[in-house]
Write a protein that binds this ligand. Structure first.
Ligand code: KIV
Ligand code: ZN
Length: 391
């Protein structure tokens, strides 16, 4: 029987930080790691220690300050990588080494100029060596999305025999369709000997915009860890967005899957990451975009003012946004104008609203978005101003 808890493995500081032009210094990484720990992620992938002295230093520093989460370091299936990662992680309360190798025919033939049997042995050896340093070893089968399932199952079996506690099944190129990725996880659950001794993990990239959908299909089919980043940042089109998978599981309780994430922190941490990295979040980004809880068309505004749930499936407070916003544009209706005017102290009668609304439309045609000071000005220069303030 599978547990209902889905472990959240955050790789903002490793896969996320691989985004061109967004290098973080150790101090910025420490601030983000501390917030991720408070957010409730189960694992923080802090970096790739052998890749540079700076990365080593960051992983070591993060290991010292994280209180609750497991701290993880990435390696290739190379002894020195593993030794260096173990060294960087030595201060962690809970340490995990994440080692692995490419398993698709394309990786085996062109990247490693090797054979399936050799890769199988290298996978086994890497996990065994990592186990000589730490108990918790995660194995990744890079390009598992394009690896045939039968061979992938053999690699997973070898990793489990060597002591892997987690098997990461990356869709490295973001190629899989959700039903294919889900079927891959199901196949592994049904065909890998000893699978109950390890957790299957989803690591999806967003090249076709399917990272979130694939991760959800993965957990529906038996994976119990999702690897993701804040705002979905990462190589090329990015990784699975943490805030999306967490909120999908929360909003669909019948899936009977849950996480430890304190969702009210999502909006704040999204800003922290985008400000630190200098990477702007698109306004229409699900959950944390500036427009995620903004309503601008008259029909929607009227519906939300009457009952928020008419056009919102998430309470903005649940993700740390104070309230839904009613944005005034030339497409807004009377209900929205009356609502915003009331928020700044004007209670308008129907006739007053009719008068002010026609002035508002003229104003809104000239200015894209009408703000509170504009509303004051429209009301103060209207024929009904005296009447409004003497009421
Ligand atoms: O996308 C990928 O395959 C990876 C692995 C190194 C885990 O990031
Ligand atoms: Zn990746």
């Amino acid at each position: 029987m599978l547990d209902k808890n889905v472990q959240i493995f955050d790789t903002t500081l490793r896969d996320g930080e691989q985004v061109p032009g967004c290098k973080l210094n150790t101090e910025q990484k420490l601030i983000i790691a501390e917030q991720l720990d408070i957010l409730g992620v189960d694992i923080i992938e802090a970096g790739f220690p052998v890749s540079s002295p700076g990365d080593f230093k960051s992983v070591e520093a993060i290991s010292k300050i994280v209180k609750h989460a497991t701290v993880c370091g990435l390696t290739r299936s190379v002894e020195n990588d593993i030794k260096v990662a173990a060294e960087a992680l030595k201060y962690a309360k809970r340490a995990r080494i994440h080692t692995g190798i490419g398993t698709s025919d394309s990786h085996i033939k062109f990247k490693f100029k090797s054979t399936r049997e050799d890769i199988l042995k290298r996978a086994f050896d890497a996990v065994s060596y990592a186990k000589s340093f730490v108990e918790d070893v995660e194995f990744y089968a890079e390009d598992a999305g394009r690896t045939d399932n039968e061979y992938l199952a053999r690699v997973c079996e070898a990793a489990i025999k060597a002591g892997a506690t987690v098997l990461n099944i990356p869709d490295t190129t973001g190629y899989c369709l959700p039903h294919e990725y889900g079927a891959k996880i199901k196949y592994l659950r049904e065909h890998v000997k000893g699978i109950d001794n390890a957790i299957l993990s989803c690591h999806c990239h967003n090249d076709l915009g399917l990272a979130t959908a694939n991760s959800i299909e993965g957990v529906i089919n038996g994976a119990r860890q999702i690897e993701c980043t804040i705002n979905g940042i990462g190589e090329r089109a990015g990784n699975t967005a943490l805030e999306e998978v967490v909120m999908i599981l929360k909003q669909h309780p019948y899936l009977n899957l849950e996480t430890h994430i304190k969702t009210e922190m999502l909006y704040g941490i999204s800003h922290l990451v985008s400000d630190s990295m200098g990477i702007y979040t698109q306004p229409n980004k699900a959950i944390v975009g500036a427009n995620a809880f903004a309503h601008s068309s008259g029909i929607h505004q009227d519906g939300v003012i009457k009952n928020r749930e008419t056009y919102e499936i998430i309470d903005p407070k649940d993700v740390g946004v104070t309230e839904s916003s009613i944005v005034l544009t030339a497409r807004s209706g009377r209900a929205a104008l009356a609502y915003r005017a009331k928020n700044i102290g004007y209670e308008l009668t129907k006739l007053q609203l009719d008068e002010i609304y026609s002035n508002f439309l003229v104003f809104a045609d000239k200015k894209k978005e009408v703000d509170d000071s504009d509303i004051h000005q429209i009301i103060e220069t209207s024929k009904v101003y005296k009447e409004i303030i003497s009421a």
